[in-house]
Design a protein around this ligand. Structure first.
Ligand code: SF4
Ligand code: SF4
Length: 169
């Protein structure tokens, strides 16, 4: 099918009005940023970082018991729920953990962050609140692929994000 060319007058053909409209918007933002720099949307990253909203899913962490041991009971619920199949767990008998209701613990617990889609299904699936994504860490960088596979010790070392001043009770 042949499409007819639009009928444009000379003003539209030189795009002069559109260029002036675009320049007007640019100048308006430029002047507004000069007058009220505090309302500028741009962050001076990485010196400045954005505060993440409550519930934001950042880098995972494994929570700990009061004695510092891992809370995870190696039930594999998170690995089963994970749609990206990026959680690898090897279970072991607990041994030194004093809580007799616990039968297993993870000998190893790895997450491949390059496969992870940060859906939060692992957090939802965990029956003992052993895995969380409340670290607030969203810039995860490294040099090699294998460096993005974080192990149990690294996951236990991740700290929760501090609550923002207006969230403190
Ligand atoms: S956030 Fe989603 S994709 Fe990532 S480890 Fe958890 S369940 Fe898997
Ligand atoms: S993190 Fe939670 S769901 Fe995953 S294996 Fe440990 S206890 Fe089970």
């Amino acid at each position: 099918m042949k499409i007819a060319r639009p009928n444009r007058d000379w003003a539209e053909k030189v795009y002069l009005i559109a260029i002036l409209q675009g320049m007007g918007i640019t100048i308006r933002h430029f002047l507004a940023n000069l007058v009220r720099p505090s309302r500028m949307e741009t962050l001076q990253y990485p010196e400045e970082t954005k505060d993440m909203p409550a519930g934001y899913r950042g880098k995972h962490r494994l929570t700990k018991r009061e004695d510092g041991s891992v809370r995870c009971v190696a039930c594999f619920m998170c690995a089963t729920a994970c749609p990206a199949d990026c959680i690898s767990i090897v279970a072991e008998d607990v041994g030194e953990i004093t809580d007799k209701t616990v039968e297993k613990a993870p000998a190893s617990f790895d997450i491949d962050l390059l496969k992870c889609v940060f859906c939060g299904m692992c957090v939802e699936a965990c029956p003992v609140d052993a895995i969380r994504m409340d670290s607030g860490q969203y810039t995860i960088t490294d040099f090699t692929r294998k460096d993005f596979v974080i192990n149990k010790q690294e996951l236990m070392a991740v700290e929760p994000a501090l609550p923002k001043p207006n969230q403190q009770k």
